[in-house]
Ligand binder design. Structure first.
Ligand SMILES: [Zn+2]
Length: 146
């Protein structure tokens, strides 16, 4: 499960991209035709004209809790009026010990491995979300996630 942060009013361009399958890869057991492209060799894509951010549920909910504006649940929105507070809180999180709490060490216990969140991962998500908030403010749009 994942959560995508999006700006209201985004438009999407439908297109195609090459499939990950190799020509002649199928049939090879379970499939007689590629399950992704049904043998066409290309898959449909949908590209937004505005920035978006996709994260795992767990990471998105942890980030929403740190930002602390609006619901900490798997779908919700920040109204255009709430974005100044989101912007302010996000800026405060970046480069502060509170924001550093979003970083998580990887965990390895026997065969169980959880990847954690590196500083690079955290910086990228903070910057991507900040960009979404700035663009939404410029447009007077809300940001929603689901
Ligand atoms: Zn394919």
């Amino acid at each position: 499960m994942s959560i995508t942060f999006q700006i209201a009013g985004a438009t999407y361009t439908e297109g195609t991209e090459p499939c990950i399958c190799e020509p002649g890869e199928y049939p090879d057991g379970n499939f007689t035709v590629c399950p992704y492209c049904q043998g066409k060799g290309v898959c449909p894509t949908s590209v937004s004209n505005l920035p978006e951010l996709n994260m795992s549920n767990l990471n998105a909910l942890d980030l929403l809790a740190l930002i602390n504006v609006g619901p900490v649940q798997s779908c919700g929105e920040w109204s255009a009026g709430a974005l100044n507070q989101v912007h302010k809180n996000l800026m405060a999180l970046m480069n502060t010990p509170k924001g550093e709490r979003f970083e998580v060490e990887p965990i390895q216990e026997g065969n169980f491995f959880m990847g954690g969140r590196s500083k690079q991962y955290v910086d990228h998500r903070f910057n991507a979300l900040l960009n979404i908030v700035v663009v939404a403010k410029q447009r007077g749009s809300e940001v929603f996630w689901a």
